[in-house]
Design a protein around this ligand. Structure first.
Ligand code: ADP
Ligand code: ASP
Ligand code: MG
Length: 469
């Protein structure tokens, strides 16, 4: 195997020592004859802090912005000084970081002056995390003697629509441009270091691919180049039967299908972008999730279902937090065709993604689950569009819930899985608020109180003996 895209998450670039370590890891692979494209995430936690800084700028908080800028530059300089030993390279990187942070300060100051934070300016602010981290990795790779070059996602040709915050790559142009740009570099022995998560519209305006989007960048590039594999390096050995932070006996899965992995991603396993696997799946490129700090372990290989040797009934359980259950009710909805369409149309126009839906036979209410951060927008939009027209009477929300999703291709056509799941939950005295099973039968998800979530995950993990397989 020769050509791979390697993506390093925030957990792998969290410190100067770690960056040196991954630079070494990349250079070892290059030494073994691999052609490598490196895709880099922001340092752990930086994107969240950029979100906060942009909010503070909108509120006109100059002091916050000033202190934030100081913190960001100090933090990245400290990391860079550890990551790069060669003095001239170190100075060059420090200069780059300084210039980049000055630009960030200008953008935030602009937001303070205008007093407005548009999705467009927000994306511009959020792009700085990756621009800073990738510069440091670029320096570290050169320090290890590699011919590395730094690019943003847009530099290598990733173009998107202008759905800021969750931009969609225009795959045909992107694939063509990325290939044109990167292929010759790889031929010349260059290691391109590309910022994850960020891209641009066709007019060159900066966009982001949505949170966790660096994984997406990696598969987009992988698909464009037709690489042998995409490797997502992270801080756990692979995809596990559950979040190891919740179930200590969670087991690593050596193999899983794209469909199963996508269900897991949508439902929150490994903070992965839900669409990240699409480009790889379409081009039949295997994706490997592996532990940067335990590279002897080959991790989880995500492949097409036909290639999986054994199918377990239930493979993994994930927990989705930070969601709310919204309930739209009213007697006028009974037997009124098109009510559900109206509700979802309103939400769709607001770009609100719905994770789960259920409607009872009585038809007097529709319940659905959305991300907590979207609640206010959802309620406002629904009330403005639908209240007072005789159709719906009330829109209410419960914000202390979470979703437990049970995933496994083997559930398809296996009777009794649901009853085992729900009996295990009932034995713990946990109350279930809502249930949904997709017709794909790859996934059964249900809603419980947030405080019961972790216990529910452990109960099912135990019921299906996922620690033993
Ligand atoms: P990165 O910085 O590498 O992008 P993420 O935080 O996005 O890392 O994802 C890795 C984390 O995902 C792990 O540290 C782990 O706690 C969490 N996680 C949740 N569910 C799972 C799962 N089923 N398998 C593996 N990791 C999981
Ligand atoms: N830095 C971005 C985020 O935190 C993208 C990523 O890490 O994948 O969402
Ligand atoms: Mg991530």
């Amino acid at each position: 195997m020769k050509k791979v895209v390697m993506k390093f998450g925030g957990t792998s670039v969290a410190s100067g020592e770690k960056i040196r370590y991954i630079a070494d890891l990349i250079s070892q692979h290059v030494g073994q004859g691999y052609k490598v494209v490196a895709v880099i995430s922001a340092l752990g936690g930086v994107t969240d802090r950029l979100v906060e800084a942009s909010e503070q700028a909108k509120k006109g908080n100059r002091k916050y912005v000033y202190e934030f800028k100081q913190e960001v530059i100090e933090e990245h300089l400290t990391v860079a000084r550890k990551a790069v030993e060669n003095k001239p390279i170190q100075e060059e990187i420090e200069q780059t970081l300084q210039t980049t942070v000055d630009e960030l300060e200008k953008v935030l100051t602009g937001i303070i002056y205008v007093g407005e934070l548009t999705p467009k300016s927000r994306d511009y602010v959020l792009s700085f995390g990756e621009r800073l981290s990738a510069s440091i990795v670029w320096g570290a790779l050169r320090d290890f003697g590699l011919n590395a070059q730094y690019y943003t996602g847009s530099d290598v040709g990733i173009v998107t629509d202008s759905n800021f915050g969750e931009a969609n790559p225009l795959m045909d142009v992107t694939k063509h441009q990325v290939k044109e740009k990167i292929e010759p570099l790889l031929e010349k022995g260059v290691v391109p270091v590309v910022t994850g998560y960020i891209a641009a519209t066709q007019d060159g305006v900066t966009t982001t691919l949505g949170r966790g989007g660096s994984d997406y960048t990696a598969t987009i590039i992988g698909a464009a180049l037709g690489v042998d594999e995409v490797w997502i390096w992270t801080d756990v050995d692979g995809l596990m039967s559950s979040d190891p932070k919740i179930v200590s006996s969670a087991r690593m899965m050596p193999e899983i299908s794209f469909q199963e992995a996508i269900e897991m991603a949508i439902f929150g396993a490994k903070a992965m972008h839900p669409r990240a696997l699409e480009p790889a799946m379409e081009e039949h490129i295997p994706v490997r999730i592996r532990n940067a700090f335990n590279p002897e372990n080959l991790g989880t290989l995500i492949v097409e279902e036909q290639k999986i040797k054994r199918g377990d009934i239930v493979k993994a359980i994930t927990l989705v937090k930070n969601v709310v259950l919204v309930n739209v009710s009213g007697a006028g909805m009974v037997g009124a065709p098109g009510t559900a369409a109206k509700v979802f149309d309103v939400l769709g126009r607001e770009n609100i993604n719905i994770l789960m839906i259920s409607q009872s036979v009585s038809e007097a209410n529709i319940s659905f689950i959305i991300r907590r951060s979207l609640l206010e927008r959802a309620i406002n939009a629904l009330e403005i569009a639908l209240l007072g027209r005789g159709l719906i009477r009330e829109v209410t929300a419960e914000d202390d819930v979470c979703v437990v999703a049970v995933v496994g291709a083997g559930m398809k056509g296996t009777p009794g899985v649901a009853s085992r799941i729900f009996s295990a939950i009932a034995r713990r005295g946990i109350n279930i608020r809502m249930i949904a099973q997709g017709s794909s039968e790859l996934n059964i998800s249900f809603v419980v109180k947030e405080t019961d979530g972790e216990q529910a995950v452990r109960a099912i993990h135990e019921e299906f003996e996922l620690d033993k397989i």
